[in-house]
Design a protein around this ligand. Structure first.
Ligand code: NDP
Length: 231
């Protein structure tokens, strides 16, 4: 039986590349995005891939979303990738904090991944065993913060890392592993054109980390090259 990936933010950037790689490995993929009608690359994949289900999901609207509306295939999910992310306004310094914007970043990067994990778990969508990967960022590492600023995004990913650790402990008895991933600095809309690696390099590296993740490593923070990142 093919394995089943459930992924958010699947219409572009790193998420889209994950979809491409897992489909080519023969996986069933449930690809979530805010507006399927505009997800042209996913719609193209669907023409040649019966294994791809495109699901409409806005992570800022999670409370108003019924999981049943996503039409997730009945096959249990072997891998969840919480990939969707939002940086928020760039270049914000200490003097310019906007609470509304900060809440939006926290909603997408921190609150939604935990809430969605909870919903999938409660609705018995997760397989035994299952891996839940959270695309975090080294920018959320305290040890790595030498330049200050980035209040919204840094805090959202640092809190996400804390969630990943707690879930690893709480879900071990259900045979569920978790990992926080740093994808590298990747050429996407978020990473920009000066980034160091392309999405394929990042995704192939993270796939390797995910597939070789041991129970002992569950709850850790690992980059696309397999290196552990200090909290
Ligand atoms: P992009 O900006 O290219 O893509 C972001 C994705 O997240 C899009 O699919 C976007 O959907 C989705 N998204 C944003 N807000 C919401 C929302 N409210 N509901 C549902 N989906 C939403 O970013 P990347 O591909 O570069 O980033 C992927 C992940 O990697 C993120 O978590 C990011 O923080 C992380 N990361 C990226 C790095 C990089 O260098 N690129 C470095 C470190 C971490 P839509 O098209 O509808 O906006």
């Amino acid at each position: 039986m093919h394995k089943h990936l459930f992924i958010t933010g699947a219409n572009r950037g790193i998420g889209h590349c994950f979809v491409k790689e897992y489909l080519s490995s023969g996986w069933q993929v449930t690809a979530c995005c805010r507006d399927p009608s505009k997800a042209t690359q996913l719609l193209e994949f669907q023409q040649t891939n019966t294994q791809l289900v495109i699901a409409k999901l806005d992570l800022e609207q999670l409370e108003q979303t019924n999981l049943n509306s996503l039409k997730i295939p009945k096959q249990k999910i072997d891998l969840v990738i919480h990939n969707a992310g939002y940086y928020g306004p760039k270049g914000v310094n200490f003097a310019e904090i906007n609470l509304h914007e900060w809440r939006k970043v926290l909603e997408v990067n921190t609150i939604a991944p935990l809430a969605l994990t909870h919903q999938l778990f409660q609705a018995a969508h997760l397989s035994n065993p299952c891996t839940i990967a959270f695309v975090s960022s080294k920018v959320g590492s305290m040890a790595d913060n030498r330049s200050g600023g980035g209040y919204y995004y840094r805090s959202s990913k640092a809190a996400l890392n804390s969630i990943v650790k707690s879930l690893a402990i709480d879900l071990v008895s259900h045979n569920i592993k978790t990992v926080a991933l740093h994808p590298g600095w990747v050429k996407t809309d978020m990473g920009g054109p000066n980034a160091l690696i392309d999405p394929e390099t990042s995704v192939i590296g993270m796939q390797q980390v995910i597939s070789s993740l041991t129970e002992q490593q569950s709850g850790s923070f690992i980059d696309y090259q397999g290196k552990t990142i200090p909290w």
